[in-house]
Structure formats: C-alpha cells, structure tokens
Design a protein around this ligand. Structure first.
Ligand SMILES: CC(C)=CCC/C(C)=C/CC/C(C)=C/CC/C(C)=C/CC/C(C)=C/CC/C(C)=C/CC/C(C)=C/CC/C(C)=C/CC/C(C)=C/CC/C(C)=C/Cc1cc(C(=O)O)cc(O)c1O
Ligand SMILES: C[S@@+](CC[C@H](N)C(=O)[O-])C[C@H]1O[C@@H](n2cnc3c(N)ncnc32)[C@H](O)[C@@H]1O
Ligand SMILES: [Mg+2]
Length: 346
C-alpha cells in the first residue's frame, strides 16, 4: 500500500515521544501490525501518520491498555454520548432503566446477602466491593452505594461519568462509597485483578464488541467466589419485533438506533461463555417490561429481557472434568433468590 507521507512505519515508531507515564510504542504496535486504516496524528512535537485499529472513539493512547483488544464500539459511544445529559430524567429516554431498579437492585442485594453471614441493618452490603461496568449516569451505582457497598462505576463515555459525578454530589452518603472512572473494563483489568466481590454489567453486554473478552475481563477482576450480575436482551424473533421494531420504531420507548439485533445475546450463548470462563451460572430469569405501566416484572419467560447471576469458581474445574453428582447439585441450586421466587409466585 502506498502511504501518503514520506516516512516508514519503523520510522514512526522510532520517532514517537515516550512520556514517563505510558509507552506509546506499546500502544502503537498492535495498531501498526493489525489493521490497515490510515490515521493522521498531529502533536506539538511531531506530525506523522500511523496504521491503527482505533476501535475506541476517543484517544486510547492517553490510557494504559492491558489488552490489545477493546470491547468498546465507537458507534455505541456516539449513541450514548448524545444522550449523556438525560440519565436522571425519570420520565425521559432512560425511564425503563430507572424502573428496572425495582428488580435488579433486590436481585443483586439478595444474591449477595446469601454470601454474607452478618450484615448491618440499613447497610446490608457494607464491606462489599462492587464494580459497575458501563454504569452510564450511575442509575444502578447509586442505590448499590446506598446499601452500604463500596462501588466503582466505570464507563467509556466521559460525558456519562461527568453526569454520574455531578449527580452523586447531591447525596453526601455516596461521597466515600461511590467512585467513578471514565474508562473501559479492559483498561483496568490488570490493576484490579481479583479485587471485587461483585461485578455488575446491566444492559451493557448487548452494546459491546467481543463479548468473550468482556466476560473474560469481568471474571479476572472478580475475587474467587465473587458474583457476576448481567441483565440484557435475548436474541429472538420476538426481541426483534418488540425490542427494536415496536420499542424503537413505533412506540419510541427507547431512542431509534439504541439496539442492534445482531448484538443481542441468548441466555444459552451467555451461559456457555460464562461457564467456559470458570463462572458457575446460578440463576437465569426473565424480565418483562410493561410499556403501559412503565414497570418491570419477573417472569419465567426469558424470550425478551433477562437477568443472570454467575459465581466465579474458587478452584476452576478443567474443561471436560465433571465431578460425579456436581451437575445435579448445580441444577438443584439454580434457584432464584427468595425475592425472585416471591415475584414469580405472584
Ligand atoms: C418484522 C416484524 C415481526 C414486525 C412486527 C413489528 C411489530 C409491530 C411488533 C409489535 C407487535 C405488537 C402487537 C406489539 C404490542 C406490544 C404490546 C404493547 C404488548 C402489551 C400488551 C399487553 C397485554 C400488556 C399487558 C401488560 C403486560 C404484563 C405486558 C407485558 C407483556 C408484553 C407483551 C410485553 C412486551 C412489551 C414490550 C414492548 C417489550 C419490549 C421488550 C424489549 C426487548 C425492550 C427493550 C428495550 C428496553 C426497555 C431495554 C432496556 C434499555 C433501555 C434503554 C433506554 O434508553 O431506556 C437503553 C438500553 O440500552 C437498554 O438496554
Ligand atoms: C444501556 S446503558 C446502561 C447503563 C447502566 N448500566 C444502567 O443500567 O443504568 C449501556 C452503557 O454501557 C456503556 N458501554 C458501551 N460499551 C461498553 C463497553 N464495551 N464496556 C463498558 N461499557 C460500555 C455505555 O456507554 C452506556 O453507558
Ligand atoms: Mg441496551
């Protein structure tokens, strides 16, 4: 390929300025050798072009990467960036996520409480470290902090984190319990390995590219025995009809272009990725949104939205090695939390 400038790729690498905090050469290598998009880069010190993968919307070389892969889709970033100031409008575009807290907060709380012997009244999740991946404006991060947990919310969209920070400042209780960072999960995976008692990714996995890397990173930052909570949308014909055609094109429940059906994830696919990463799936339960009332309900039907809870195995069993009786035990234990049971009985 003819490059429109008078230099060579090794020339670029050798002239790159290396600040103390991070290594640009390290950042440039995967771009140089993997893809063929040309990008012009101007700085005060140099003026050059490089080949890169640039999957991230903003400038990834300003942050240390722990993996050459990114799960961030630049078109998703644009979508969420445009709505970053709307997170806390309870009647606005994020209304379904506000009301989803009625289900997901108790789902997370009750499953975590199963693992705590004694808990403080009023602060049941006290002592727990939770990572809220793709926290957006902090709609779920804040209630988890109010339950006593130390929560770190991360999101690749700077403006989401600005909104989350601003909103957090209205409640002094959250000051020491909730922290936000504008970054992707893969950027913090090494520094936070085996740090968290729980990782939450609510309505996020249907927006990522490279789901396997995403789940791998979730698993890496969990302590052994820690819990991963995911809510997402199933990949069915019904989810196309109701989740995209009806919700986006007809009723305007969520803005047009919010979701891409191809990125929806079936529970079977998710379970298989979770299990192959050493996570044991405890619960998969359906969630149904009633567009008239604006409320969510638990359901045995997972054909639209669903929630999953998986636990990182303390000693992962090598693939193909099955301990006799374990499968039956696990199946018997795929019970939902008492709260979910109560809801399902209604
Ligand atoms: C090609 C083809 C097949 C076309 C057909 C298209 C078409 C017209 C389909 C519509 C068919 C139809 C008849 C629709 C009517 C649906 C309707 C109003 C049904 C309710 C009727 C009823 C009897 C209600 C009783 C009450 C009750 C319990 C109802 C629940 C039962 C039900 C049928 C529910 C479905 C309702 C519905 C529209 C669900 C949407 C499902 C879904 C996958 C939504 C995804 C959106 C979402 C809220 C996700 C969270 C989220 C939110 C946001 C955000 O911006 O807010 C962003 C995100 O990234 C998110 O992940
Ligand atoms: C539908 S919102 C959910 C926000 C929040 N979890 C909630 O439920 O209120 C999806 C969020 O995921 C973020 N996101 C998109 N791709 C991501 C990725 N690869 N890694 C982490 N977060 C991502 C978006 O910026 C957005 O804030
Ligand atoms: Mg979504």
């Amino acid at each position: 390929m003819q490059l429109p400038f008078d230099t060579t790729i090794p020339g670029i690498l050798s002239t790159v300025y290396l600040p103390n905090q991070f290594s640009w050469t390290q950042q440039l290598k995967p771009w140089v050798f993997s893809e063929y998009r040309i990008m012009w880069f101007k700085s005060y010190r140099m003026n050059f072009a490089c080949l890169n993968t640039m999957k991230s919307y903003r400038y990834p070389w300003t942050r240390p990467y722990s993996t050459s892969r990114t799960t961030v889709d630049s078109s998703e970033v644009k979508t969420f960036l445009a709505l970053a100031h709307k997170w806390w409008d309870e009647q606005g575009v994020y209304a379904p996520l506000h009301s989803m807290n009625d289900l997901r907060v108790p789902f997370i709380r009750d499953n975590l409480l199963k693992t705590i012997a004694n808990h403080q009244p009023g602060k049941p999740l006290s002592g727990m470290k939770i990572l809220d991946v793709g926290c957006g404006g902090g709609l779920l991060t804040e209630p988890l902090g109010r339950l006593g947990a130390s929560v770190i919310g991360i999101d690749p969209v700077d403006e989401n984190i600005e909104t989350a920070q601003h909103h957090k400042s209205f409640d002094p209780v959250l000051d020491k319990r909730v922290e936000y960072r504008a970054c992707s999960l893969e950027e913090i995976v090494e520094e936070t390995a085996e740090t968290f008692d729980a990782v939450v990714a609510s309505e996020v996995v249907e927006h990522v590219i490279d789901l396997e890397t995403f789940i791998q990173c979730c698993c890496q930052v969990l302590k052994p025995g820690g819990s991963l909570f995911i809510t997402t949308i199933n990949k069915t014909q019904l989810s196309y009809a109701l989740g995209i055609v009806f919700s986006e094109q007809i009723a305007g429940i969520v803005p047009k272009g919010t979701h891409t059906w191809e990125k929806f994830v079936s529970p079977e696919n998710l379970e298989s990725i979770l299990e192959s990463n050493g996570l044991s799936v405890q619960t998969v339960v359906g969630m149904i949104y009633n567009p008239f009332s604006g409320y969510w309900h638990w359901s045995e039907n997972t054909s639209l939205n669903y929630a999953a809870h998986a636990v990182k195995q303390e000693h992962p069993v090598p693939a193909g090695f099955v301990v006799k009786g374990e499968t039956e035990d696990r199946q018997a234990d795929t019970s939902t939390s008492p709260a979910v049971h109560d809801e399902l009985k209604k």
